[in-house]
Design a protein around this ligand. Structure first.
Ligand SMILES: NCc1[nH]cc(CCC(=O)O)c1CC(=O)O
Length: 314
């Protein structure tokens, strides 16, 4: 028997998705006679300690991943389960993405008190989100809405919807789906209205680059299409040096058709001003995920994305 220590944050969502990952890895190990058993180890990150502070005010990348990465480097854990959208562009020396499993729903959704959709929210409704990306796109689509910051884990945000007089809040559908709370969702926001964050709905399983056993196990858990799409989105992210603290989104998908035998990717990227006055979007298709991410980023830079992002970073 080989015991694999799996690191995770301790939020309801992080634990839930880690348990689901472990269940699937256990099945893979059993099927292939790899003899693994798994132990989950909870690690508190800086992001968890400051959950009540607006993240864009805290700054710093990788707030939810650094302590887990240190655990990997120290040999305290053998793999870490992260939400892909929390991952900074660069990984520390010695660590790699061991697997990107199949993606959940990448869309954002709206949870209201009694309204069936975004369009049905009354004039001037109070909407809670602390994401500049969501705020920008909401204000662009509905300038009348009042956006206010709301922080905390998914569970506490759902509680605040009632307790703090919000008419609606915005969340990633993936988190609610993974927790089995999809019946709380009032409506899904199409990417034309709200382009998701880079990596949203995907997971990142990180391990040591020199751990051949883990790399072999995790390679059986990878979803090729999700991995390609995430590579394109993260290449876009890298060019624009974004994090979850800037108003930037991207979504890529693999089309069934292939050109020259390789899967064809289509990527849409957006950069917006926090007040929603400007929302720039560009799309392109290609077979090389890194080149596609750079291409779409450069198309946006040519239209002034750099100027918008520089103003936000001020
Ligand atoms: N910013 C926090 C965060 N990081 C990952 C998720 C869950 C969705 C996902 O895995 O993409 C969430 C919550 C949210 O945005 O609603």
């Amino acid at each position: 028997m080989k015991t694999i220590i799996v690191g995770t944050r301790q939020s309801t969502l992080a634990l839930g998705q880690t348990e689901q990952v472990v269940e699937q890895l256990q099945r893979i190990s059993d099927e292939h006679g790899l003899g693994c058993n798994f132990e989950i180890k909870k690690i508190i990150t800086k992001g968890d300690r400051i959950l009540d502070v607006t993240l864009s005010k805290v700054g710093g990348k990788g707030l939810f991943v650094k302590e887990l990465e240190q655990g990997l480097l120290d040999g305290e854990i053998d793999m870490a389960v992260h939400s892909m959208k929390d991952m900074p562009f660069e990984l520390p020396e010695g660590l790699v993405v061991g697997a990107v499993p199949i993606r959940e729903d990448a869309r954002d959704c709206i949870i209201t008190r009694g309204h069936r959709s975004l369009d049905e929210l009354p004039q001037g409704a109070l909407v809670g989100t602390s994401s500049l990306r969501r705020a920008s796109q909401m204000q662009h689509y509905r300038p009348d809405l009042r956006i206010e910051s709301i922080r905390g884990n998914i569970d506490s945000r759902l509680r605040k919807l009632e307790a703090e007089d919000f008419d609606a809040i915005l969340l990633a559908a993936a988190g609610l789906h993974r927790l089995g709370w999809q019946d709380r969702i009032s409506a899904y926001l199409p990417p034309e209205i709200c382009l998701p964050a880079v990596g949203q709905g995907a997971l990142c399983i990180e391990c040591r680059g020199g751990d051949a056993f883990m790399l072999d196990l995790l390679s059986r858990f990878q979803d090729a299409s999700t991995a390609l799409a995430v590579r394109a989105e993260r290449s876009f992210l890298g060019r624009l040096q974004g994090g979850c603290q800037v108003p930037l989104g991207a979504f890529a998908s693999v089309s069934a058709e292939s050109s020259g035998g390789r899967p064809l990717l289509t990527l849409t990227g957006m950069v917006g001003s926090p007040d929603g006055q400007e929302v720039l979007k560009e799309s392109a298709s290609g077979t090389d995920p890194e080149a596609l991410g750079l291409l779409v980023a450069d198309q946006l830079i040519a239209r002034g994305a750099d100027r918008i992002l520089a103003a936000v970073r001020e």
